[in-house]
Design a protein around this ligand. Structure first.
Ligand SMILES: [Cu+2]
Length: 312
């Protein structure tokens, strides 16, 4: 079974000694707990400390998940921007930290330099796996000054039922590629939810010709997974208070409404196709209507981010 699903299930079955309500996250943005508005492109230092309110101490015992102690997703309210970064962890103080909008060479943090340059409202979601507690998510709103440009989600081109095709012109670091993504999903009903299988088939344009070929040998794992995918449901269709219910702490992050984070294995080198399978057990989590998925792969040592808007 998929790791994430296993984690959800184990989180539900075992009663953990430390309840989510007894954890308090402190977010410091440029050293302040109250300042949440910044200029576009200005360096923003994000620090997170998690407190165990029962023991009255900082939590320092985390488990590595997909190669990192913390995964951070930052998205603009209209879903036009999504950044996936990994704060650094100081085991002595228990402090997580990352500076956004700064040049950096870290291959696992390619989204840092231009993380917050567009004016608008953003949500920061930080995922951790606390030992003896489980996975938790802590959220913080942040605003980038200026007149925000709001984009409406537009469904991408369908070629069949729950089936999309999109061509991306990718220019990143040393690579310049035209990538055709064939994306489809199927729903498999279960007892207590629906298993959704998302298939992403990636082909690369062959020079000037109109041919697209598979290129399995140039994929490599990123953070212990062959592929990553993050889905956010269209927040615009729902009340602006939707997020306020989260109170910075999710009792079970994977049950968060309108959010999914999935992983896929690398297609084995002996097969010619590059089809990535992402599975998600949807217990009324994704909303009906438009959703946006960001597929992430490591290709020729660059981490690609390929977004598709689909109807769910
Ligand atoms: Cu991550």
């Amino acid at each position: 079974m998929h790791t994430l699903i296993t984690l959800v299930l184990s989180g539900l079955i075992f009663v953990t000694p430390l309840m989510a309500e007894n954890i308090k996250a402190e977010y410091y943005l440029n050293g302040s707990q109250s300042k949440t508005k910044f200029q576009p492109g200005q360096p923003i230092n994000v620090e997170i400390v998690l407190n165990d309110l029962e023991k009255k101490e900082v939590i320092k015992d985390f488990k590595v998940m997909h190669g990192k102690y913390m995964h951070m997703v930052i998205y603009k309210k209209d879903l036009s921007v999504l950044q996936h970064v990994h704060p650094y962890f100081d085991p002595i103080t228990g402090r997580f930290f990352i500076t956004l909008n700064m040049p950096i060479q870290d291959p696992d943090n390619q989204d840092i330099p231009n993380a917050l340059i567009e004016p608008g409202e953003y949500m920061i979601m930080a995922d951790v796996d606390i030992r003896f507690v489980g996975m938790r998510m802590f959220m913080q709103k942040i605003k980038i000054a200026g007149k925000p440009k709001m984009y409406h989600l537009m469904e991408d081109k369908t070629v069949g039922k729950d089936h999309y095709q999109k061509v991306f012109q990718v220019q990143k670091g040393k690579i310049q590629e035209t990538i055709k993504v064939d994306f489809q999903f199927e729903k498999v009903s279960g007892q207590d939810g629906t298993l959704i299988n998302f298939y992403a088939d990636l082909k690369f344009k062959n020079g000037q010709s109109n041919k697209y070929n598979y290129d399995n040998k140039n994929f490599s794992p990123w953070l212990d997974a062959g592929g990553h995918a993050i889905i956010l449901s269209n927040p615009m269709h729902h009340g602006p208070h939707d997020h306020d219910h989260h109170h910075f702490i999710q009792a079970n992050p994977l049950m968060m409404k309108g959010f999914a984070h999935m992983h896929a294995v690398l297609p084995p080198p002996e097969v010619t196709e590059s089809i990535f399978l992402f599975s998600f057990y949807d217990k009324n989590i994704l909303r009906k209507g438009l959703n946006k998925i960001w597929l992430q792969f490591r290709y020729k040592n660059e981490v690609l981010k390929l977004p598709i808007v689909f109807k769910y």
